[in-house]
Design a protein around this ligand. Sequence first.
Ligand SMILES: NC(=O)c1ccc[n+]([C@@H]2O[C@H](COP(=O)([O-])OP(=O)(O)OC[C@H]3O[C@@H](n4cnc5c(N)ncnc54)[C@H](O)[C@@H]3O)[C@@H](O)[C@H]2O)c1
Length: 457
Amino acid sequence: MKFEKNILCIGAGYVGGPTMAIIAYKCPQYKVTIVDINPTRIDAWNSDELPIYEPGLDEIIRATRGKNLFFTTDIQRSIRENDIIFVSVNTPTKTFGAGAGMAADLQYWEKTARQILQYSESSKIVIERSTLPVKTAQAMENILHNAHSSTFEVLSNPEFLAEGTAIKDLENPDRILIGSRETESGLKAREVLVEIYANWIPREKIITSNIWSSELSKITSNAFLAQRISSINAISALCEKTDADITEVARAVGMDRRIGDKYLNSSVGFGGSCFKKDILNLVYLCRQYGLNEVADYWEGVVKINQYQQERFTLNMLKAMFNTLADKKICLFGASFKANTSDTRESPALFITKKLIEEKAEVVITDPQALRNARVDLANIDGKISFIEDPYSAAAGCHAIAVITEWNMYKELDYQKIYDAMVKPAALFDGRNILDHVKCHKMGFNVYPIGKPSLTHF
Ligand SMILES: NC(=O)c1ccc[n+]([C@@H]2O[C@H](COP(=O)([O-])OP(=O)(O)OC[C@H]3O[C@@H](n4cnc5c(N)ncnc54)[C@H](O)[C@@H]3O)[C@@H](O)[C@H]2O)c1
């Protein structure tokens, strides 16, 4: 079959996999290839056990794989055969050298640019999907301008999906943003990408801008989202000191239409591979430009998140008579949010390490993320076990801490769980998703976030 367009994505991760699967699903007239340097990941994409869990993803992959969606490790051939190339490689926080712990590590990004240059035999449109510091497209252009005969147009097309709702977000996004150079060739390339999205997204939702605005919009969006979480979490600490109730405060505040009610659930803190990394990246950028006050402002968002996770663990220690040594604590949830298997920067990891430092024994349960959690915690010296069934996981424990807001945790039989625990049994609800009064009546000492605790002493 002759396809209308040949589209490539470099990087088969949480972004590359789902986004390209949706393009293939919505546009059967295009051939979509996804390439990755990691053969294990590509094997998993080609198997029945996909490397990531996302509701609805399995069905989309089943409908497209082998028809117009292909996964491969053959980078050379993929670059040669495709003229529209999305790049969604990882851009983690740098762990070494200048900017360590703050700046984005652009080594995978730059290697990709060099591969594109090396293997291209014709002109290409190269599309940034990774989240990048503003002005990165210029570096990409500088590398690609060394080509002998081919020409390259670099576009910025940041991804705004949220893990856990990726398929829904991709099918019906709030907006698609495409940034380009405002030259004749830049505008032409931009139009090619607009045409691809217009296959299923209304035109008025596809917005365009200059390339730097597009790059900066992505990190700004993440900074604003994280800022809301830190704002409500900061107030939750004050609620705990004053007998105010964070749910009541959030409802009253959120009913103001200027503020809105989204992202106002107080919790144990945000995790995930993006928020912290992107804000630190923003902070680093601001400092580079001498904008220290702006940098300090945004750095506060990350500091409050760290504080919230530390506060949660210290509250556990205090509530359990200031010693956790040899106590068994069950964490409900390992993923950084519900409906994903992703554990990157999950509060569960931080809390586990803190509890192990206190010499507690930690039992972790999760419906999808235990495989990743095992790898993340493999080098921690302490007693950690992983049990999929929450009832077996909690049995014999002194405390449960709800870390992830999986729906299934709302529906468990807590009387049955309580009966099998060591008494007094503590319940720390790091997501405020349980019926606290009911659990208290069963016998638990209940410690929610940002509201008075319900104890029997
Ligand atoms: N995860 C999210 O929710 C999300 C949302 C929006 C944007 N982003 C951004 O998208 C980018 C990718 O994120 P992710 O979560 O998909 O990361 P990921 O680590 O899951 O996937 C990246 C993939 O790129 C591959 N890769 C690296 N270098 C390569 C190369 N030279 N050639 C081929 N493959 C290569 C890696 O092997 C890996 O499989 C990041 O910049 C991230 O900030 C992520």
